[in-house]
Design a binder for this molecule. Structure first.
Ligand code: SF4
Length: 324
């Protein structure tokens, strides 16, 4: 049987180019080699969300994007974290072997305290334990991560080792499936593409909106006039050309350096290539969007299949812990 891959993402609604290039594209590719389980981690979202009115809508929109991008629900399990309640039990049991001091010393926890000093909730402290429960509930072998996420995975591995040391070899220690995750910059060219900074391009945005957004992209700041030679290595538009204009990239690089091409023309070209690349995605999305019930059915089926695995793991865990 092929190895099992697990990954979770918060329900953030419509996905943007950064989400696609940084995660979804890889999710799709992994399906050919592995049994994949992709979770929409709504419990995790609650650690930072006070207003939950958009949670369902955001979940739906995100799944639409995943499906349109090529995640195949026939083979891959796509489900919502809270639809498989066994994760809360495993979270509780794993929390019993996790030292509190370790959790409160984690840099991610300290960052969160700074970001939301008026909402340092209990869930925030236990976040990494819930993450460990997500992964171990499905006995995942591989977790797709970038190098910067390795410490998070190591934390899960430590919890697994501690648990297994106390109760026997029940949980699987996951390995990293290292992935080179491109850092997709926002339209401002300075910050990572993100919804909260409103510097993003939605995958589902209408072509004209995409063109307009691309034309607003910040380019090489040293290139004030059309006649100024450019530095493609510092330009975000050029970084995108490398992905979406493979046949033109060499020419653009040369013409940018000798001021043979202007930034307006360069961005127009990128916009057309991006619109064309997203067209099949947008067609599939529109088809799924015509049948919202089918999208929810995908999640219901995913939860059913995920629960089968989760129930088995929890039974083994309860047995190992010798719960009466
Ligand atoms: Fe960037 Fe293109 Fe302008 Fe060069 S010509 S600075 S690559 S937008």
């Amino acid at each position: 049987m092929s190895k099992r891959v697990f990954s979770g993402a918060r329900p953030t609604g419509r996905q943007h180019l950064g989400n696609y290039l940084g995660a979804i594209k890889n999710y799709v590719a992994l399906q050919t080699e592995y049994q994949c389980i992709y979770s929409i981690v709504d419990y995790h979202a609650l650690t930072t969300l006070r207003d939950t009115s958009e949670l369902r809508h955001n979940t739906y929109e995100m799944v639409l994007d995943w499906l349109a991008a090529g995640i195949d629900p026939k083979g891959t399990i796509v489900y919502v974290q809270s639809h498989v309640p066994q994760v809360t039990e495993l979270h509780l049991l794993l929390s019993m072997v996790t030292p509190l001091g370790k959790l409160t010393r984690l840099p991610t926890f300290k960052e969160k305290i700074q970001q939301q000093p008026d909402n340092v909730n209990y869930g925030l402290v236990g976040y990494p334990v819930l993450m460990a429960a997500d992964i171990t509930l499905y006995k995942a072998d591989l977790i797709p991560v970038g190098a910067d996420q390795l410490p998070h995975l190591e934390f899960t591995r430590e919890i697994v080792r501690t648990f297994n040391h106390h109760f026997g070899d029940v949980l699987v220690e996951p390995q990293a499936r290292l992935t080179e995750i491109p850092r997709v910059m926002g339209l401002d060219g300075v910050n990572k593409m993100s919804k909260s900074l409103n510097n993003h391009i939605e995958l589902a945005a209408p072509p004209d909106a995409i063109r307009k957004q691309v034309m607003s992209m910040v380019t090489d700041p040293a290139r004030k006039y059309r006649r100024d030679p450019g530095h493609p290595e510092v330009c975000n538009v050029f970084a995108m050309h490398k992905i979406y204009s493979p046949d033109d990239v060499e020419r653009i690089e040369g013409e940018c350096r000798n001021a043979g091409i202007g930034c307006v023309q360069c961005k127009q070209l990128y916009a057309e290539h991006l619109v064309a690349a997203l067209a099949p995605f947008q067609e599939r999305r529109a088809a799924w969007a015509k049948e919202p019930d089918a999208v929810w059915d995908v999640l219901a089926d995913g939860a059913r299949r995920a629960t089968e695995i989760a129930a088995q793991t929890i039974a083994e865990v309860r047995e190992a812990v010798q719960l009466p």
